[in-house]
Design a protein around this ligand. Structure first.
Ligand SMILES: C[S@@+](CC[C@H](N)C(=O)[O-])C[C@H]1O[C@@H](n2cnc3c(N)ncnc32)[C@H](O)[C@@H]1O
Length: 265
């Protein structure tokens, strides 16, 4: 368990110096844009950055070289995904690892209901502790591989970062979506090329629209690049399907075809 204390700003400063002296690693100071992004949850974002810098590095969830760029490359880069998510959405963060992008997204948007899907026990233990310590009432941790939990999940949005190449990721993420739901995959410079290579697979999986968007203007530099894929109509067999879902069976998909929103946005 990490150690959390509720402190005033002065106490926080003394606490940070004391923890450093005691050997605990701390994240760099939050940049000004973090206050704009996280608003009332800035303190929690700072605490999460510190958890990643210390326990996150010690337990191998992020590399030690990430500490100096925790804000830009991780918390801000992930939190700005909020621009693409509708009010009150149900979100599943596939391959959450140390909670990225799910935890920054939950901090920016307390209205969302977010499940962090992660197969490795060591990582779900870290996530459970972080969620408890940060008091994130809108976040749940689910241990399992995405392809194992399909059938029991109908999500509005699936998020993922650094989990798998797009085609493979789509095979894991799209079956978790309801009709019209969206997968938001944080990708780097390869986004457009990966998307082009994956189009046939996306169609087969029931996707009807896809594009590359950039978010985070005025908050993070470089902007966050996201591959956005929208699911077509999902046909889930009724009562039989419910029994199948309980056993982890697949939902089936169909494309909206000529009358729907097929192809690129
Ligand atoms: C490189 S880490 C990225 C973690 C985090 N998303 C980030 O950006 O820092 C990839 C994560 O995906 C998880 N993972 C791999 N295959 C998965 C699957 N089929 N379903 C869900 N998670 C998976 C791994 O356990 C690992 O935690």
């Amino acid at each position: 368990m990490f150690h959390v204390e509720h402190q005033s700003a002065d106490e926080e400063g003394r606490g940070r110096r004391a923890e450093r002296a005691a050997g605990a690693e701390r994240a760099p100071e939050a940049p000004a844009s973090a206050a704009r992004l996280f608003g009332d949850n800035l303190d929690k974002a700072v605490r999460y950055a510190d958890i990643l810098a210390d326990a996150g590095v010690r337990r191998g969830l992020i590399g030690p070289r990430e500490v100096e760029r925790l804000w830009e490359r991780h918390l801000l880069n992930c939190g700005v995904l909020a621009e693409l998510v509708a009010e009150g959405a149900i979100v599943h963060d596939v391959g959450s690892g140390g909670g990225l992008p799910g935890i920054p997204l939950a901090l920016v948007r307390p209205d969302l209901r977010i499940t962090l899907v992660e197969p490795l026990l060591r990582r779900t233990t870290f996530l459970d502790e972080a969620v408890r310590e940060l008091g994130l009432g809108n976040v749940t941790v689910l241990r399992g591989r995405a392809e194992e939990v399909r059938g029991s999940i109908e999500s509005d949005v699936v998020t993922a970062r650094a989990v798998a190449p797009l085609s493979k990721l789509a095979g894991w993420g799209l079956p978790l979506l309801r009709s019209g739901g969206e997968m938001l995959a944080l990708k780097g410079d390869s986004a457009a090329a990966e998307l082009q290579e994956s189009e046939a697979d996306l169609r087969k999986l029931g996707a009807v629209a896809w594009d590359v968007v950039q978010v985070g203007e005025g908050i993070v530099e470089p902007l966050t690049t996201v591959v956005r894929v929208r699911m077509g109509d999902v046909v889930r067999p009724a009562s039989k399907g419910a029994r199948k879902s309980a056993r982890g069976g697949r939902a089936t998909t169909k494309s909206t075809g000529r009358n729907g929103r097929s192809g690129r946005r």
